[in-house]
Write a protein that binds this ligand. Structure first.
Ligand code: GDP
Ligand code: MG
Length: 163
C-alpha cells in the first residue's frame, strides 16, 4: 500500500487548496459514508518518484467554537491513526489561534512525524509572520501560498522525507 500523508488543521487555513494542488486530478473515488468519515477526501500524489495517498480533512460546516474544537479533535485523531506523516497547516495571516493549539496538543502526544506548514505567505513581506509558529514546537515551519502555488515543492520535500 502507498504511504499516507494527512493534512490537518482548523477550518479556513487552506488545507483543501493545498490538497488540490498536491493531487492535481488524482482524486480517489470514495464511498459516501455517514458522519466523520464523509468529512475526509482521499487523493494520490507523487513527488520525486514516490507515490503516496493524501487525506484532506475537515470539510463539514460547523457552528460554534465548542463544536469546532470537538470536530477538530476527532479529525486529528483519525489522521494520526491513518497517516504515516502529518502536515499540520496554519494561517500566516491569522497567527496562532486556540484551535491551532488544540491540534498541536494532539499531535505532540502522537508518535507520528509532523511537518508544520504555514499557508497564506503570499509575499516576501509576510515571511516575518512565520516566526511566531516556531512557538508551536514542531521545528522549522515551511512557508507556502496556496493562492500562488509557491512552497509546495518545499512542503513535499519535507513530508516525503518523513514517510
Ligand atoms: P480549508 O478550510 O482549510 O480547507 O481552507 P480552504 O482551502 O477552503 O481555503 C480557505 C480560504 O482561504 C479560501 O477562501 C481560499 O481561497 C483561501 N486561501 C487558501 N490558500 C490561500 C493562500 O495561500 N493565500 C490566501 N490569501 N488565501 C488562501
Ligand atoms: Mg477544506
Amino acid at each position: 500500500a502507498r504511504p499516507v500523508i494527512a493534512i490537518v488543521g482548523r477550518p479556513n487555513v487552506g488545507k483543501s487548496t493545498i490538497f488540490n494542488r498536491i493531487i492535481g486530478d488524482r482524486l480517489a473515488i470514495v464511498e459516501d459514508k455517514p458522519g466523520v468519515t464523509r468529512d475526509r477526501i482521499y487523493g494520490t500524489g507523487e513527488w520525486n518518484g514516490i507515490s503516496f495517498s493524501v487525506i484532506d480533512t475537515g470539510g463539514i460546516e460547523i457552528e460554534g467554537e465548542d463544536e469546532l474544537i470537538r470536530l477538530i479533535r476527532v479529525q486529528a485523531e483519525l489522521a494520526i491513526e491513518e497517516a504515516d506523516t502529518i502536515i499540520f497547516m496554519v494561517d500566516a495571516k491569522a497567527g496562532i489561534t486556540r484551535a491551532d493549539e488544540e491540534v498541536a496538543q494532539l499531535l505532540y502526544r502522537s508518535q507520528k512525524p509532523v511537518v508544520l506548514a504555514v499557508n497564506k505567505v503570499d509575499n516576501l513581506q509576510r515571511m516575518d509572520d512565520i516566526y511566531e509558529f516556531y512557538g508551536l514546537g514542531f521545528g522549522d515551519p515551511v512557508a507556502l501560498s496556496g493562492a500562488h502555488g509557491t512552497g509546495i515543492g518545499d512542503l513535499l520535500d519535507a513530508a516525503v522525507a518523513k514517510l
